[in-house]
Design a protein around this ligand. Structure first.
Ligand SMILES: Nc1ncnc2c1ncn2[C@@H]1O[C@H](COP(=O)(O)OP(=O)(O)OP(=O)(O)O)[C@@H](O)[C@H]1O
Ligand SMILES: Nc1nc2c(ncn2[C@@H]2O[C@H](COP(=O)(O)OP(=O)(O)O)[C@@H](O)[C@H]2O)c(=O)[nH]1
Length: 229
């Protein structure tokens, strides 16, 4: 029986995680999980975790590990019958270890995109805050300038997407991501993709996943995501 498939996509801000996750979800029928979306849902629902997370996000900080794991891991437990791709978690080694004790991953995609490309992309990134939908004036503009295609609501730019904020974010990403990348490399499940254009990277990701993801329609077995945290 074909087993379920679980993967994580990692990369610095602006590397294309959200863009590529959407394509993977559509192409392979995986459930796309996004830590940023989970947080926004909790903020919108005014949950305790959401209220706490908001105080960190407003300062451009990562949400503390214990808040993230308590927010995310129970959701993964509900996903024992689903194949999924996680975007935005883990972001620290503690999160990776918490995930490791809960679910075994089949594959990790790491995006390696040059600084100048990240800077250019983020300066043109516009976001619909409520949904997290992402646009780019050069790459995938909204039908109506400044408006979300689905809701028609205004798009915004994140302050920390500005070039002056990117240097610090990138340095922080490299510091926290390195031990995670080393962990997944040692487990033999890391696949790194480099380049400056998503459309040129995509065929390689597509062909890798085509060899790794069980065929559609084959019976899927449950795989536990036990409460290991
Ligand atoms: N795994 C996580 N651990 C800690 N904080 C997180 C995590 N995921 C998201 N956050 C917090 O939520 C915020 C929003 O996350 P989201 O992924 O939507 O945006 P982002 O981190 O700016 O992503 P991008 O890499 O696209 O710039 C982050 O800036 C961070 O403060
Ligand atoms: N010009 C250009 N923009 C891209 C490309 N891929 C993604 N983007 C845009 O760059 C920004 C960052 O992409 P996103 O998927 O949000 O990256 P994430 O921060 O890693 O999730 C968004 O505005 C995307 O629409 C690309 O190949 N070229």
């Amino acid at each position: 029986m074909a087993k379920l498939f679980r993967a994580v996509i990692m990369g610095p801000p602006g590397s294309g995680k959200g863009t590529i996750s959407e394509r993977i979800a559509q192409r392979f029928g995986l459930t796309r999980l996004s830590s940023g979306d989970f947080i926004r849902e909790n903020i919108a629902a005014n949950t305790d975790a959401g209220v706490l997370a908001k105080t960190y996000i407003e300062r451009g900080l990562l949400v503390p590990d214990h808040v993230m794991t308590r927010l995310l891991l129970p959701r993964l437990e509900e996903m024992t019958r689903h194949s999924w791709l996680m975007d935005g978690f883990p972001r620290t080694l503690a999160q990776a270890e918490a995930l490791n004790s809960t679910c075994d991953l089949d594959l990790v995609i790491s995006l390696n995109i040059p600084y100048e490309t990240l800077k250019e992309r983020l300066s043109d990134r516009w976001i619909h805050p409520a949904s997290g939908r992402v646009y780019n004036m050069g790459f995938n503009p909204p039908h109506v300038q400044g408006r979300d295609d689905i809701s028609g609501e205004p798009l915004i730019q994140h302050d920390d997407d500005k070039p002056e904020a990117l240097v610090a974010r990138l340095r922080h990403y490299k510091d926290v991501a390195k031990p995670i990348i080393d962990l997944y490399k040692s487990k033999g499940i890391l696949h790194t993709f480099s380049g400056t254009e998503t459309d040129r990277i995509w065929p390689y990701i597509n062909s890798l996943l085509s060899t790794k993801i069980p065929m559609e329609g084959t019976h899927r077995t449950q795989r536990p995501c036990t409460r290991g945290y």
